[in-house]
Structure formats: C-alpha cells, structure tokens
Design a protein around this ligand. Structure first.
Ligand code: BES
Ligand code: MN
Ligand code: MN
Length: 457
C-alpha cells in the first residue's frame, strides 16, 4: 500500500488534468442533443480504466451505455468489490448563473467548479485513479474489482436494473462500493446509513378542449389551474404530514439509537438556513430538520404549468394545467404503491368539470444499511487514516435508485462513502468539489480497498 499511496502523491497533478478532461465532456443524459457527448464520456472513461490496468468495455443499452471494468488478479481467495458510479450529469442551465462555464473546469479558492465535479464524475474518477495507484504503483490490488459506471442515473436509471439482472453472475461480488454522496462537514468523513427513494409523477388537469375567453366562458366552465391548485393543496395537512390515505402505511419508525445518533451530529440549523437563504425552515411537525431530510418521507411539487405567464395581462381560461409531483420515500415504502395512492386520492378530490390524468415518470426504492459489522469498521479505519477524523454515520435525503436493487439482486451489502461537501451545488449552478477532498479521497479509497480485502474475507 505505501507504493500505491506514493504513486498517488507523485501523480496528483496528472490525475487532476485528466479529471478536467472528463469534466469538459458535457455528458448530459437528459438531453438528446448531448447523446454524442454522453457516448464520448463513456469511451473516455473506458480508456481511463484500461490505462489503469482494468479490462474495460462500453456496453450498449437501449439508452446510454454502461462502462464495465474488471480486474480479477487477486484470485478466488480474495473478495471482489463492485464499484458503482455515474458518468452522466444534470443539465447545466441556467447558464448565466455560472461564474465560469459549466464545462470548462476552473479552480477558485481550492474548489474545482464544473458540472459533474461532485455529482458524480469527480468521485467516480477518484475510484479509477485509486485503482491505477494500486495497479501501477504496487503492481497489484488486494481485492478483485468490477466497475459499473452508468450514463443514466440522472434520468432515473431506466436501463440499469435489467442490465444488472442479465449480468448477475458476472457481477457477483462481496460488496458494492459507491461514492456519490457528501460528507457531513469539511474534515468530517461520513458513511451513509440510508438513502431516500423516489416516486415521480406528472398530473394533468383538463377542462375545455381549448383555451377560452375568460369573460365569455369564465364562471360556467371549469378552470384547470384553479382545480389543480385545489387538488395539490389537499396533499398536506396543517402539520406538514402528507394527507394521502395510506401514505404512511409502510413507513418505518426509526429506532431510538438512530434518532439519538442524528441528534448527536454537529448540525448548525441557523447556518443551514442561511445557506439555503429561506426566511425559516418548515416541515413535518414532531421531527428535526435532519430527521425531516433523512428519515421522513415527503411530497413536493417540482413544477407547475398553466395559462398565460408572459408579459402583461391576458384574459384567458386555460384549457390545461400540469404539475410535476414527486415523493421522497423511506423504508419500507414502495414507489409504485405511492404512485397508485396519489392517483386514487386525486380522483377522490377532483373537482367536477375537470378531467385528470396521472403519468408515472420514474421511481426508485429507499435504502437502509446495517451499519454494524466489519465492513463499516473497515471503512471507518480507512477514512480516519486519510482524514484524521473518525467518520460519522449520516442519512441522505437524495436518491440513488439502483442501490437497493444491487443489494437485492446481487445479495450483498452496499457501502456508501461520499466526498462532496455541504453546499457543493449538485444539480445547481456553480457545482464544485475541493481539490483537497479529491486528493485525500483517493488516499482514503486506496486504504479502503486494502481494509476491505481483510474484512470481507
Ligand atoms: N448523487 C445524487 C444523490 C445524492 C444527492 C446523494 C445529494 C447525496 C447528496 C444522485 O445523482 C441524484 O441526483 N439522484 C437523483 C435521482 C433521480 C434523478 C432518479 C435525485 O436524488 O434526485
Ligand atoms: Mn449522483
Ligand atoms: Mn445527481
């Protein structure tokens, strides 16, 4: 391992240059105009994995390809880890809010500003570099490695589960390792005990067959914008609970030990409020901010569309209204069931004279870890060594849809160890990742592979 760590130190500048090349490719999975870029990012990544000493392939799917890398030189007696990450990124818009262009990585005050620097190209690249450090610096690796990098995480991973099911035997492993999340604070490494799941839907409300003069028809014909607003207003009660019948049926009441460990974290509520810039923090009564984010489910409107929104006034009775509605889910909620409950509830509260249509867009299961046992201890040692502080256990309000599926299909536990920092602007303008965490994180991963070699055996 000393050789691998030394290799990391002496090649740090080149690693960063290569990361910048990766970040320059605008692999925006949601936009078909970027399909060639997304394909190029996959090829580029496969090239990096080959250069690191893995056997790598770009495997086609009905959507964006999966990049698969393998190194099985540690032999049958050594454990195998599967490293998962995603090379696709969110759209960079609104572009005018970026201080430097999203696909021209720029360092300011120790931060690499670029779309994907934190989510997830930077963190995925750290694994590829840590593998290179072992294979080129030490000539070997203490574990067998499979890398699965997908190009569709940001659009709900529609083709990954079939891929994993099809490749089940080839992907057989002892643990899945993922770096696609954040540390609780700078200098405080973190291991995840949970991720929320997701159910994402579109709700359409319609009345007349076309837009109407609001004077000639208003008062006698339904208004889809008003109707949709009324329906959406029934989704919560006055205590911030979701008011859809059956919604909480399978919601896990977390154990007191987990809630106590959340309370023990050094969380600065006022600082959190300041960073989001809201006048006050609000949510479900009876729960703290971190509990609301990590261990409680939510319902949000992500977008609303109806009627005239241009300059000045237009007297129109809109024919349609649309809302994007999503739920963050916790164990053991099921995204499909929640989608059905929403539809049933909306049909119940639908005003007369309005037709509705509910379309399911995508979903993902929530995930929860068992943080006791040798794998978490091994990760703890690696992180403490690299960061000089023992990791804390944290939840995560965001979702990584495939994690639960990996555990179920491959029958192994997942370890989520992320290196982004709070406020890193994932999905927003001016996304950043620190040079320090990139360098230190590679050191932590080099150590992690060695710790896992003994703890997973
Ligand atoms: N890496 C994020 C998940 C995440 C967010 C982890 C914040 C830690 C902190 C992931 O890429 C993501 O954005 N997931 C989407 C999933 C969706 C597009 C299916 C999410 O949570 O909205
Ligand atoms: Mn991500
Ligand atoms: Mn993301």
């Amino acid at each position: 391992m000393p050789d691998a760590l030394e290799y990391a130190r002496s090649h740090a500048d080149r690693f960063r240059d290569e990361l910048f090349d990766f970040l320059r490719i605008p692999s925006v999975s949601a936009k078909s105009e970027h399909n060639d870029d997304t394909a190029e990012a996959a090829r580029w990544l496969a090239g990096q994995m080959s250069a690191a000493g893995l056997e790598s392939e770009v495997l086609a799917t009905p959507g964006h390809p999966v990049v698969l890398g393998e190194w099985r030189g540690a032999g049958d007696d050594a454990p195998t880890i599967l490293i998962y990450g995603h090379y696709d990124v969110q759209p960079a818009e609104p572009l005018d809010l970026w201080a430097s262009p999203p696909f021209e990585p720029t360092i300011r005050e120790g931060r690499i500003y670029a779309r994907g620097s934190a989510d997830d190209k930077g963190q995925l690249h750290m694994h590829v570099k840590a593998l290179e450090c072992w294979l080129s610096g030490a000539g070997t690796l203490p574990v067998n490695v499979i890398v699965v990098a997908e190009g569709e995480e940001e659009v709900g991973s529609p083709n990954l589960l079939p891929f994993v099911e099809q490749m089940r035997e080839r992907l057989a492993c002892d643990a899945v390792v993922i770096s696609d999340s954040a540390m609780f604070d700078e200098g405080l490494p973190s291991l995840l005990f949970s991720l929320r799941g997701l159910a994402y839907l579109e709700v359409h409300a319609r009345a007349a067959s076309g837009d109407l003069h609001s004077g000639a028809y208003g008062g006698a014909v339904g208004n889809p914008a008003m109707a949709l607003a009324r329906m959406l207003a029934t989704l919560h009660d006055e205590h911030g609970h979701v008011a859809i019948p059956g919604f909480y049926d399978h919601v896990l009441e977390w154990d007191e030990a987990t809630r106590a460990s959340i309370r023990a974290l050094p969380f600065d509520e006022a600082k959190f409020r300041d960073t989001v810039g809201a006048p006050a923090l609000v949510g479900e009564s009876g729960y703290s901010t971190l509990e609301r984010l990590w261990i409680r489910p939510t319902c949000e409107v992500n977008g609303l569309l109806s009627g005239y929104t241009g300059e000045g006034a237009k007297t129109v009775l809109p024919a349609e209204a649309m809302a994007k509605v999503s739920f963050r889910l916790v164990p053991d909620q099921d995204p499909r069931r929640v989608a059905r409950l929403l539809e049933a509830h909306l049909r119940e509260v639908r005003p007369e004279g309005i037709e509705i249509e509910v379309v399911e867009l995508h979903g993902g299961n929530p995930w929860r870890a068992d943080p006791s046992g040798p794998m978490f201890e091994a990760a703890g040692r690696a992180l403490e060594n690299a960061f000089g502080a023992a990791p804390v256990l944290v939840g995560e309000g965001g979702s990584i849809p495939i994690v639960g599926d990996f555990e179920r299909v491959l029958e192994v536990p997942a370890l989520l160890v992320g290196f982004a920092l709070p406020g890193c602007n994932m999905h927003a303008p001016n996304e950043w990742f620190t040079v320090d965490n990139y360098d230190r994180g590679i050191g932590a991963l080099i150590r992690l592979y060695e710790e896992l070699a003994t703890s997973l055996r």
